[in-house]
Design a binder for this molecule. Sequence first.
Ligand SMILES: Nc1ncnc2c1ncn2[C@@H]1O[C@H](COP(=O)(O)OP(=O)(O)OP(=O)(O)O)[C@@H](O)[C@H]1O
Length: 266
Amino acid sequence: MYRRKFLGNGGRTLTEAIFETENLKVAYGENQVINGIDWNINKGEITALIGPSGCGKSTFLKTLNLLIRSMSDDVKLSGSITFSGKNILSDKIDAIDLRKQIGMVFQQPNPFPKSVFDNVAYGPRIHGVKKKRQLQEIVEQSLSEAYLWDEVKDRLHDSARGLSGGQQQRLCIARALATKPDVLLMDEPTSALDPISTMGIEDLIRKLQGQYTVIMVTHQMEQAARLSDTTAFLYMGDLIETNKTSQLFSNPSEKQTEDYITGKFG
Ligand SMILES: Nc1ncnc2c1ncn2[C@@H]1O[C@H](COP(=O)(O)OP(=O)(O)OP(=O)(O)O)[C@@H](O)[C@H]1O
């Protein structure tokens, strides 16, 4: 079967890819939900993944850091995902190390039942940072990067669960940034938040642009259009189209994309 390889930016530029997937298939038992995706995801960009409910967006995201293997017993992965020169599906990969480089933020803010400080220090501690001074520096830097430091600097040892929803989500982003990842995967990071907190998280994502590669699932077309450099449309496990965001929304090349973004289904 002929398969189209989607290159970053619709294949028009030679932007460096951070992930290259080849014939990537994912199945839960007999239920195949990703059908053989060939895609180069650009480094340093914000990529939005859109598509109707159940089309495989979260599955695709969780496959990129192999979280899918820890979350589902009967998952089957095939094809390849090249990240940092290695096929993470077949080469010997330490999943904990991989997730140091590829952080993830979920729909519901999920701080650990620990203090603000211990949430952010969690990853660095796992990776062997022991010195108090060094941990303090990492915590302050990560919270500052997540635009949360000023709000929490006087309550670092209070429970993270006492923060507002928007603050908790920025804390989760700070926790992900604390291991100095290359990539942040975000699965509908604002869908559980009110409009003001959503704006705060969107501002933060914009500020991360260029320093990190962000791959974000969103159900909000406006959010994809506001934030991302590249947008990809997934439908029933197939990558239908990926292109520069402005191009995909103004002049989609596929009828299915057009129907989806104009609200004809989804
Ligand atoms: N752990 C699992 N075990 C079995 N099937 C699963 C599992 N997780 C997801 N699925 C199935 O895989 C398909 C894709 O689900 P996925 O969550 O990836 O879609 P999605 O596009 O992110 O959906 P949504 O937008 O509703 O979050 C669905 O049919 C879903 O029921």
